[in-house]
Design a protein around this ligand. Sequence first.
Ligand code: DGT
Ligand code: MG
Length: 240
Amino acid sequence: DTINGAVTFDHVSFQYPDTQAAVLHDISFETKPGATVAIMGATGAGKTSLVGLIPRLYEQNTGVVKIDGKDITTLNTEYLRDAIGYVPQEIILFTGTIQDNIAWGKEDATLDEIIEAAKLAQIHDTIISFPMGYDTMLGQKGVNLSGGQKQRLTIARALVRKPGILLLDDSTSALDIRTEATLLQALRDVACTTFLITQKISSTLHADLILLLEDGSLLAQGSHEELLENCVLYQRIYES
Ligand code: DGT
Ligand code: MG
């Protein structure tokens, strides 16, 4: 069972179980399968919390989250975690080969699948430029990757499962504008719905939908042109 990747939030609110204050307030939006959704907002605005609700890392308190029209609370969690690729804000790489790092969590991935994921993540050319290619060791005994290379490696790790939805939590912050644009286009080409948490206007320019969060509320949503016209905060971010 693959998913198409239509995501709907319908009046969703959320607070962490151990706290009193709500972190997300009455969030509603919907995306088409294969869409690029950029999420912006200041630190603490609720961006990571919002994307965490999609694979049910946390349960929303009120409202409904739907994937392909189905309430996610009725879906099997194993299935959800398999269908959704999640690249967390903190990068985790271990001492081992590049191939093993990409296959982490999906140890039965074939080399062909690993290469396909690396190509999609725009890191294949870098990998084959190393004398040992996919067998290159990372860490103390091997190469040291740049921040942007590490980010793309962890994106490849998520893509090896061929997810219908990809969650990128600030995972393109170290990429140059062109590489990021190529990555987003490649994800579009394979119809992978992509949620991209970002601080950069360059990443929002081509998004189908931009969600601008402020203190856990959706201050504005729309395309770049729509937000430029209608949202003072977005204008300010654009001009800064
Ligand atoms: P960032 O990554 O610094 O740009 O910030 P966001 O936008 O990703 O914010 P987020 O969702 O991590 O945090 C929103 C609020 O929720 C903030 O007041 C901190 C709080 N919060 C985040 N994670 C947890 C958690 O695991 N437990 C509790 N109790 N609160 C949390
Ligand atoms: Mg965050």
